[in-house]
Design a protein around this ligand. Structure first.
Ligand code: NDP
Length: 313
């Protein structure tokens, strides 16, 4: 495994990290989830992602439980809040009340004294950014959070957070968690340059486009044990499986074959070519997927290959 600094912080995170969305606490049986998380740790992954809303806390619980047998200082664990956790008017968003209560609830579920990173899971137009940043700052002073981040905030929203933190002498956000992969590059024009300017690192989710960039979805075929075979969630993936995307995937597979690597390795190494990316945040439903995906850290893509990929995309 290789490790990178998270933005301008002193925190080192593994180039490949593991998340629990749609997997642990739900579709992946707990014993297999535990084996997968253990495999990740054994392969040097030290960065584990969750959120209060993943299966209403079950994602957090299963992940934290699996990590319990390792020393707490050897891994970085995260959570998030924003999405509704109940029907009440204060059961959502980034108010001081909801953020504070959710951090406490997450710590309780995970049986932890602190989380390393707390993310604002989305921007909340109904709460002043200063209110959220002050609540987070207090939680940092109390030792319940070590670092703060945001997820899927625009460049302007990131600028706003930095400006307010600096003006009010509050802790800055140090990490952004957006989607980024070969099929979705929306962060390249504005979010990466803005983040770089402010020393904010990217931890990018769905780096394999939920499995599409493994090449396992062939024309008209959905493997029975895949995420896309799950009826309650398959529309996110099947919507991606159009002719344009499948043609790109086939061409990318050709490049991977030429390099004697797998398509996931090519897709993840392509992401890690970005110095502002601290970690590619994968999901995995079994240990063998983690084993396959971590191989990407050994792959360095030449300029010529990057140009060939650019032409395909
Ligand atoms: P990926 O793009 O890595 O997709 C992961 C899924 O692809 C796996 O669960 C598995 O699904 C399949 N897969 C992975 N590797 C392989 C392989 N080598 N061969 C075959 N299939 C493979 O990431 P996710 O979309 O799962 O997102 C990762 C994490 O990012 C989440 O767990 C979460 O922590 C975070 N996230 C954050 C969001 C946010 O709003 N901040 C939103 C979404 C995710 P299967 O075997 O079931 O087909």
């Amino acid at each position: 495994m290789k490790y990178r600094r998270l933005g301008n912080t002193g925190l080192k995170v593994s180039e490949i990290s593991l998340g629990s969305w749609l997997t642990y606490g739900k579709s992946v049986e707990e014993n297999l989830a535990e084996q997968t998380i253990h495999k990740a740790y054994e392969l040097g992954i030290n960065f584990f992602d969750s959120a209060n809303v993943y299966e209403r806390g079950e994602g957090e619980r299963v992940m934290a439980q699996a990590l319990k047998e390792y020393p707490r200082d050897s891994y970085v664990i995260t959570t998030k809040a924003f999405w509704p956790m109940g029907d009440g008017p204060n059961d959502r968003g980034l108010s001081r009340k909801h953020v504070t209560e959710q951090v406490h609830a997450s710590l309780k579920r995970m049986n932890l004294d602190y989380v390393d990173i707390f993310y604002c899971h989305r921007y909340d137009p109904e709460t002043p950014v200063e209110e959220t940043l002050r609540a987070i700052d207090d939680l940092i002073r109390q030792g319940k959070i070590l670092y703060a981040g945001v997820s899927e905030w625009s460049a302007a929203q990131i600028e706003e957070a930095v400006r307010i933190a600096d003006r009010r002498l509050l802790d800055r956000i140090v990490v952004n968690q957006p989607v980024y992969n070969m099929l979705n590059r929306y962060i390249e024009p504005e979010i990466i340059p803005t983040s770089q300017k402010h020393g904010i690192g990217q931890v990018v989710f769905s780096p394999l486009a939920q499995g599409v960039l493994t090449g396992k979805y062939k024309r008209g075929q959905v493997p029975t044990d895949s995420r896309a075979s799950n009826e309650s969630i398959n529309m996110w993936i099947t919507n991606m499986l159009n002719d344009d995307v499948l043609t790109k995937v086939e061409k990318l597979e050709g490049i991977a074959k030429e390099l004697d690597i797998t398509l996931p390795s090519l897709a993840l190494a392509w992401i890690l070519r970005q110095p502002n990316v601290a970690s590619a945040l994968i999901g995995a439903s079994k240990p063998s997927q983690v084993e396959e995906n971590v191989k990407a850290v050994e792959v360095v893509l030449s300029e010529d290959i990057i140009n060939q990929i650019e032409e395909i995309l």
